[in-house]
Structure formats: structure tokens, C-alpha cells
Design a protein around this ligand. Structure first.
Ligand SMILES: NC(=O)c1ccc[n+]([C@@H]2O[C@H](COP(=O)([O-])OP(=O)(O)OC[C@H]3O[C@@H](n4cnc5c(N)ncnc54)[C@H](OP(=O)(O)O)[C@@H]3O)[C@@H](O)[C@H]2O)c1
Length: 282
């Protein structure tokens, strides 16, 4: 593949809300030389998020560098729309698989097939098939002389079973193994695959968790999540976005891919704390 001389791209799924929207805001301020493609199903929400990303920024990306695509990545058509939103052969430097759904909160033995499939298609299949579809773009980045990074947004639920969250826990556990398999396969081709647990974050997904109104025996952790919120113990989306940006931009190749990162385990890491302190008020 020849060098493209093109500006490199960041592709973020779930850019319309929560962690993805905060990451978009951060990239607008901190990576003005990259182009960015934000993906979500709701066009109006994406448009609003992009508009807000520029508010109050001193140094910022030129608005024509930020593109959006309304696409349902749980479908083949959605994946194709993402790919065709990029210029042909555009090098992708960062691909962030952030879109995710919790699915119905209910005992696993009661989950209907349609709901199960939607969670699997969104949380597990979409990252795989989007990575596959964007392989030419990731390889182009490598051909242009820079390694590419793919980041999976995982969860503590990948390792711990929460009653009532069966499809979510199972798909996040699968996503963790997918990251490990892809990391092994792609590392020596210059495409680094990493994974991150963002903690419990103050986003619309947590609103859904706290808003659960079914039988408490089906979701006994409800009280814990409400308490975390009421005690102000949720991570802010901006801190998590800064953490993701740190992983993508500062960690060595080996560190980025070697094990799933957990924001909670990075407390006390002086490099992370310095990055957070220096670039907090952006
Ligand atoms: N919040 C937490 O405490 C927490 C903890 C651990 C891990 N996470 C993970 O962090 C990631 C981001 O979650 P969040 O908390 O920021 O939740 P959020 O605010 O609900 O955001 C989810 C995003 O995913 C997009 N999305 C969902 N299904 C999609 C589909 N089929 N096609 C395209 N986009 C889709 C949504 O946009 P549309 O609805 O417009 O499509 C939205 O932008 C998820 O993977 C989640 O599992 C969150």
C-alpha cells in the first residue's frame, strides 16, 4: 500500500452520548490535526453533541474535520455506512469501539431471543465486523508510517457477574477475549488492540441502571448503583475521556496492548495523574 499523504482519522462509535461524546469533546480540543468520524443511531443527538464539542474551546479542530454518520452498527448496512463515510483509503489511526447497550435487566433464564441478539450484535459483533471492515484503513495508517490503535470499551461486568445483567456481562466477557485474540493476531502488523474498563460512569447508561423498577430480587445491586450516584462516586465522562485519550496517545505499544486497563487501577500512576492534572481544564 502506498503512503496516502492524507490526514489521519479517529473513528468513535457511540459518539452521541456519555463517554463517546466526552471523548469527542476532548479530541476536538487536544487533537486538532486529526479528522474524526462519530457514529451513533440518532442523527439529531450526534449533531447536537458535535455542536457542543466546540463550545468554549480555545484551540480546536476545524469543524470540517469532524464528521458524523447515523448508523446502526448492529447491522451489516450500518457497518457499510461507517466505512463509506470515510474518504476511500483514509488512514485510521484510532478506532474506539465505545457503543454499547445494557439490554433488559432480567434473569438470564427469562431473556427473549430478540433482546439477546440485539445485545450480542451491538456489544460483540459490531466491534469485530467494524474492525474487519476498517482493516484497509488501519493498514493504510501503518503504510503511512504510524501504528494504528484499536480500543475496546469493556466493563467490570466482563469479569464479575451481576444478577440481572446476563447478556451485558456475557458480551463484555466475550469482548475481552476478542481484544486478546485480535491483539495477538495484529500486534506484529502494526495494529495495536487494547481494552479499557472505565469504572462506573455518570452517563445515560447509569440513568437506565438507577431507573430500574422491576422486582428487586432480579437486580439486587440496584441499591449499590444508586448509592454510588447519591454519594457522588461516579466517574465523570470527561475524566474517563481523558483516560482513554491517555491510553491512546501516551502508552507504549506494549503497555497499550498487554492487558485490559482499569481506570481504578491507574490511581497512583504518576504518569496518568500528571496527564490528568495538566490537561484537566481543556
Ligand atoms: N456508564 C458506565 O458506568 C459504564 C461502565 C462500564 C462500561 N461502560 C461502557 O461504556 C460504553 C459507553 O457507554 P455510556 O455509559 O457512555 O452509555 P450511553 O451514554 O448510553 O452511550 C452509548 C452510546 O452507544 C451508542 N449506540 C448504542 N447502540 C448502538 C448501535 N446499535 N449503533 C450505533 N451506536 C449505538 C448510543 O447512541 P445511539 O443511541 O444514538 O445509537 C450512545 O452514543 C459502553 O460500551 C458501555 O458498556 C459504561
Amino acid at each position: 500500500m502506498n503512503a496516502s499523504n492524507n490526514v489521519k482519522w479517529v473513528v468513535i462509535t457511540g459518539g452521541s452520548s456519555g463517554i463517546g461524546a466526552a471523548l469527542l469533546r476532548r479530541l476536538v480540543r487536544c487533537e486538532p490535526t486529526l479528522n474524526c468520524l462519530a457514529v451513533g443511531r440518532r442523527l439529531e443527538k450526534l449533531e447536537l453533541t458535535c455542536k457542543q464539542a466546540f463550545v468554549g474551546a480555545e484551540v480546536k479542530m476545524s469543524p470540517d474535520r469532524l464528521k458524523i454518520v447515523a448508523a446502526d452498527i448492529s447491522t451489516s448496512e450500518g457497518i457499510s455506512s461507517v466505512v463509506s463515510s470515510l474518504p476511500p483509503g483514509a488512514p485510521v489511526k484510532y478506532l474506539i469501539h465505545n457503543a454499547g447497550v445494557l439490554g433488559p435487566i432480567a434473569p438470564l433464564v427469562d431473556i427473549d431471543r430478540e433482546s439477546w441478539r440485539q445485545v450480542v450484535a451491538t456489544n460483540l459483533e459490531a466491534p469485530l465486523f467494524l474492525t474487519q471492515a476498517l482493516m484497509p484503513n488501519l493498514k493504510q495508517c501503518v503504510a503511512d508510517g504510524e501504528k494504528a490503535r484499536v480500543l475496546h470499551v469493556s466493563s467490570g461486568a466482563a469479569m464479575n457477574s451481576y444478577e440481572g445483567w446476563g447478556p451485558y456481562c456475557i458480551t463484555k466477557a466475550g469482548l475481552n477475549m476478542m481484544y486478546r485474540c485480535l491483539s495477538t493476531e495484529l500486534y506484529h502488523r502494526g495494529i495495536l488492540v487494547g481494552s479499557v474498563r472505565p469504572g462506573v460512569v455518570d452517563t445515560p447508561m447509569q440513568d437506565i441502571v438507577r431507573g430500574y423498577d422491576g422486582p428487586i430480587e432480579n437486580f439486587p445491586s440496584l441499591r449499590k448503583f444508586r448509592e454510588l450516584h447519591d454519594c457522588g462516586k461516579l466517574e465523570s465522562p470527561d475524566t474517563v475521556a481523558t483516560y482513554l485519550h491517555w491510553l491512546l496517545s501516551e502508552l507504549s505499544d506494549e503497555e497499550f496492548s498487554s492487558e485490559e486497563k482499569d481506570i481504578r487501577n491507574s490511581r497512583g500512576d504518576s504518569r496518568w495523574e500528571r496527564f490528568l492534572a495538566e490537561r484537566k481544564d481543556f
